[in-house]
Write a protein that binds this ligand. Structure first.
Ligand code: DAH
Length: 339
């Protein structure tokens, strides 16, 4: 018995393991219920009484040593990375940075969500448009300055084809294929021939709104815009409508919201007026309804158009418009939390 114990003690000194499976096999071989050490424990009964003390001590030594050795092997094995054991192969080799949604997309989605809840669906139209949809069908006079080369990008070989200068063109696209009730918003990119600076760019984004039905009134327009402003900028937000002019609406108005930077008290952002302009709107001019195949004696409608950059600036205080198209990830990462 003592010889057997000595032999096992030596064996245990020399144990090695290269994988979790090998280590488990060793544990079973020596330390499990049916393992070598337990077998010796069972034989202990038959040890003559005068040897019991010596054999008992040796057996205990063996058991402790086996436990220590296997624990040590486990530790050594877990702290080294040989092979694939203990490695998480699903992890990438390099830190991967998650992308974030562009601030203009965040705000556009928010605008879409608000109007979707009010029953508006989304309509789309081409960015390369013809004169009819951008200008003529929208009641622009022949000599309107917006038709000028200075404002509009024309496709050189086709004087009738141009980059749309506003999303109002989608109004015409929708009306020519559908009859009222029409309730759509049209988000999209528009182009203007402007010198690029911190406050102007040659392309930007708008969301157009159009609602046509029987008995639509200016009150409906005002209520929807108030609802929008308060959902977008907070329930305390006030709106104000100022008379204005657009060829496609009559009457026309521009809408201001109370400046949410100074709370209406006056600051450099609102030029000390307490108000900032956010969109243009009005009742669809009957001439526009007629030009697009809708009976203006039966139907009335309202329309509005807002700049997504403008609203993003108001919400997130971005001072330079160029930041939106530079793809500087340091800037884009600032919007991580808003995603
Ligand atoms: N199209 C105008 C622009 O680009 C914005 C606008 C104003 C759209 C009034 C409308 C509207 O639908 O009713 O500046």
């Amino acid at each position: 018995m003592l010889a057997k114990i000595e032999q096992l003690l030596q064996e245990i000194d020399g144990l090695t393991a290269h994988s979790a499976e090998e280590l488990e096999a060793l544990r079973i071989k020596y330390l499990s219920k049916k393992g070598a050490i337990n077998e010796l424990m069972a034989d202990f009964r038959s040890v003559p009484a005068e040897q019991k003390k010596e054999v008992g001590m040796k057996l205990n030594e063996l058991k402790n040593k086996a436990q220590e050795r296997i624990a040590a092997l486990k530790e050594a094995f877990e702290s080294q990375d040989n092979g694939t054991d203990g490695l998480d192969l699903t992890r990438t080799a390099y830190p991967v940075e998650l992308g974030t949604r562009h601030p203009l997309s965040i705000v556009r989605n928010e605008i879409i969500n608000i109007f979707s809840r009010l029953g508006f669906t989304i309509a789309d139209g081409p960015e390369v448009e013809d004169d009819w949809h951008v200008f003529s069908s929208m009641n622009f006079p022949e000599d309107h300055p917006a038709r000028d080369m200075q404002d509009t990008f024309f496709i050189e070989s086709h004087p009738d084809i141009l980059l749309r200068t506003h999303t109002s063109s989608v109004q015409s696209r929708v009306m020519e294929v559908s009859q009222p009730p029409i309730r759509v918003i049209c988000p999209g990119r528009v182009y203007r021939n402007e010198a690029i600076s911190y406050r102007a760019h040659c392309f930007f984004h708008q969301v157009e709104g159009l609602y046509i039905d029987k008995n639509v009134s200016f009150t409906d327009l005002k209520q929807v815009l108030l609802q929008f402003a308060q959902e977008m900028f907070g329930p305390e937000t006030k709106i104000r409508l100022r008379p204005s002019y657009f060829p496609f609406t009559e009457p026309s108005a521009e809408m201001d919201i109370s400046c949410d930077i100074c709370g209406g008290k006056g600051c450099p952002f609102c030029k000390y007026t307490g108000w900032v302009e956010i969109l243009g709107c009005g009742m669809v001019d009957p001439a526009v309804l007629e030009a697009n195949g809708i009976d203006s004696k039966v139907y009335t409608g309202y329309a509005f158009g807002m700049g997504v950059e403008r609203i993003t600036n108001l919400k997130y205080k971005v001072k330079d418009l160029r930041m939106f198209s530079e793809n500087d990830t340091r800037f884009l990462k600032e919007f991580e939390a808003a995603n």
